[in-house]
Design a binder for this molecule. Structure first.
Ligand code: NOJ
Length: 582
């Protein structure tokens, strides 16, 4: 590609990534738990999507209080998933297939079963005493996952800080020995050949001196002003960056609640310590704080968030694009429609993959997996879902509270991957560790492989189109009609080429306007999620009627429900058409 300041280190710009949450991906040894044997067998599939890299959510030993984000050994593989040798096989094979591999680096906290913590809790005078944050008296902070942020330890006679679950004590990053440990861990994996890190809640690792009390009456996040973007964050990340700079490695930070303004300090200028950041603004178009406060989906909010980040980073930083990961419910169930499953699943793909940045696709997103609805809170396993159920909206009846969990639980993203229509969705020969979504007979890889118009094949088309177009990789982003509450329309332009991406978020036919710039110009339709066969699914007569209505509307220049169209315009071409209809 032509770009444009593409230094050697910028290889991530033209890539797209696939995120694997191993426990639910593919079970290779028949024990009901996904593992690295299963991953190995599916690497060709991952490659076939057109992605260039894999991000592994934590695969290290862990008691699973937070499914891997509570690490008890940073230099090994969880026995459920295999061995270090098996990991090396996966790594080498991924490299042979031309894919990079990045690991999750979780260093804001460890598990309370990590040897450092076991030592630290013994007393105040051993080499690990200061590895964690201990106090005689707690402040008023809440944790994000389980009640108050402090837990009393009777061995040591003090309280330790845990911003997340009780079994996730926060490391004391002010201790240079802890930072040295982090750097050694990074080297361990980089020396093995991994290509970078996704750095968990990295903007939380430096806490304000004195740990002042937080804002009263603000549940869960009251201490955040004192542990987000803390006083030494850039200094500490600068140290980690130096290690990465010795390798051809890249760093992607997860930045909960990060603002554009603070993200710029991580992504640009002399404090640049990350290549990309996962921001959260666009994940709050139907909620606040991602999990516990729900509100109706607002397209305008979503567009505002997308555009804010696109514009702010233009020419300065680089966006990490995503709509799903292991922390969010499935996107079709949130921003799309399970009724218009294929249509909204494909439209959502195009709504973000063609923005400027590096797209991430979470396992199962590419086949349109949707939320699971379990009958009882006892069936959910995610610590934050359980806390949310028992903590918030307590005045509501249990059914209503369970409904909130259906809408918000991270468990919906963690059901076993649906490979085919056979027993257990082809995920495992044994009973899977968690519930399979009952829709697996319809929503699965095998069925979608055979259907040229499937969500799966649409993801492939999007990734291929993006990869082969300088304008879609590096072109400037412009949004049109930001106030329209049915259509998201954006443009990517480089030199004399423009792509116009028009996404309908409506269940009803809607008529898009054409931006003035394109009046009188003929655009070539390069991608659309409605093909002749696309409504001939198993919804029988209803589908037939929908098809008729949709086609009728189409002829009048309407977009059909959840339709997306991508047009390419070349401004050097003489080809012109009259009028301003699309
Ligand atoms: C962010 C991770 O993505 C999430 O899964 C985890 O629970 C928290 N950080 C704590 O590690």
């Amino acid at each position: 590609m032509t770009e444009q300041m593409n230094s050697k280190k910028d290889w991530y710009k033209e890539m797209s990534f696939y995120q694997i949450w191993v426990r639910s991906f593919a079970d290779g040894n028949g024990d009901g738990i996904g593992d690295l044997y299963g991953v190995y067998d599916k690497l060709e599939y991952v490659k076939s999507l057109g992605v260039d890299g894999i991000w592994f959510s934590p695969i290290y030993p862990s008691p699973n209080a937070d499914y891997g984000y509570d690490i008890s050994d940073y230099r090994d593989i969880h026995p459920d998933f295999g061995t270090l040798d098996q990991f090396k096989k996966v790594l080498n094979r991924a490299h042979e297939l031309g894919m990079k591999v990045i690991m999750d680096l979780v260093v804001n906290h460890t598990s309370d079963e990590h040897p450092w913590f076991k030592e630290s809790r013994k007393g105040r005078d051993n080499p690990y005493s200061d590895y964690y944050i201990w106090r005689d008296k707690p402040n008023n902070w809440d944790s994000l996952f389980e009640g108050k942020a402090w837990e009393y330890d009777s061995n040591r006679g003090q309280y330790y800080l845990h911003i997340f679950a009780k079994k996730q004590p926060d490391l004391n990053m002010d201790n240079p020995k802890v930072r040295q440990e982090v750097k050694d861990i990074m080297r361990f994996w980089l020396d093995m050949g991994v290509d970078g890190f996704r750095e968990d809640v990295i903007n939380f690792i430096s806490k304000k001196e004195g740990l002042p009390n937080g804002v009263p009456f603000l549940p869960a996040v009251n201490g955040m002003p004192y542990y987000k973007d803390g006083p030494h964050i850039h200094e500490y990340l600068g140290e980690f960056r130096k290690v990465c700079n010795e390798y051809d490695c890249f760093q992607l930070g997860e930045g909960p609640m990060t603002t554009v303004r603070s993200a710029m300090k991580y992504l640009t200028g002399p404090t640049k310590s990350l290549d990309m950041m996962f921001s959260f603004d666009h994940m709050m178009a139907d909620c606040l704080y991602t999990e516990y406060i729900h509100r109706p989906f607002s397209l305008v909010k979503l567009k505002k968030a997308f555009t804010k980040w696109q514009i702010a980073l233009e020419g300065k930083g680089w966006n990490a694009l995503y709509l799903e990961n292991h922390d969010h419910p499935r996107i079709i169930s949130r921003y799309g429609s399970e009724h218009f499953w294929r249509e909204s699943g494909t439209m959502l793909a195009a709504s973000y993959i063609f923005q400027k940045g590096t797209p991430f696709i979470y396992q199962g997103q590419e086949i349109g997996m949707t939320n699971i609805r379990l009958m009882s809170i006892d069936q959910y396993v995610d610590v934050s879902s359980i806390t949310n159920y028992y903590t918030y909206h307590l005045r509501e009846d249990p059914e209503r509270r369970l409904h909130r969990i259906h809408l918000s639980s991270r468990d919906s993203a963690r059901t076993p991957m649906q490979w085919n229509g056979s027993k257990n969705a082809g995920f495992s020969q044994s009973d899977p560790w968690f519930y399979v979504n009952p829709n697996y007979k319809r929503v699965n890889v095998e069925t979608e492989e055979k259907d040229p118009d499937s969500i799966l094949n649409f993801y492939r088309k999007c990734l291929q189109l993006r990869k082969n177009s300088a304008a879609l990789l590096y072109g400037r982003y412009t949004e049109h009609f930001p106030k329209d509450n049915s259509i998201y329309m954006y443009e990517r332009s480089l030199d004399d080429e423009s792509y116009l991406i028009i996404c309908s978020f409506s269940r009803l036919p809607v008529k898009p306007k054409k931006p003035e710039k394109f009046w009188g110009k003929h655009g070539e339709l390069v991608l659309c999620n409605y093909a002749q066969s696309s409504l001939e699914d198993d919804r029988g007569f209803v589908a037939h009627l929908e098809k008729e209505i949709a086609e009728l509307e189409h002829t009048k220049g309407y977009l059909r429900p959840y339709e997306v169209r991508v047009y390419r315009y070349r401004f050097s071409d003489d080809a012109a058409e009259s009028g301003n209809a699309l």
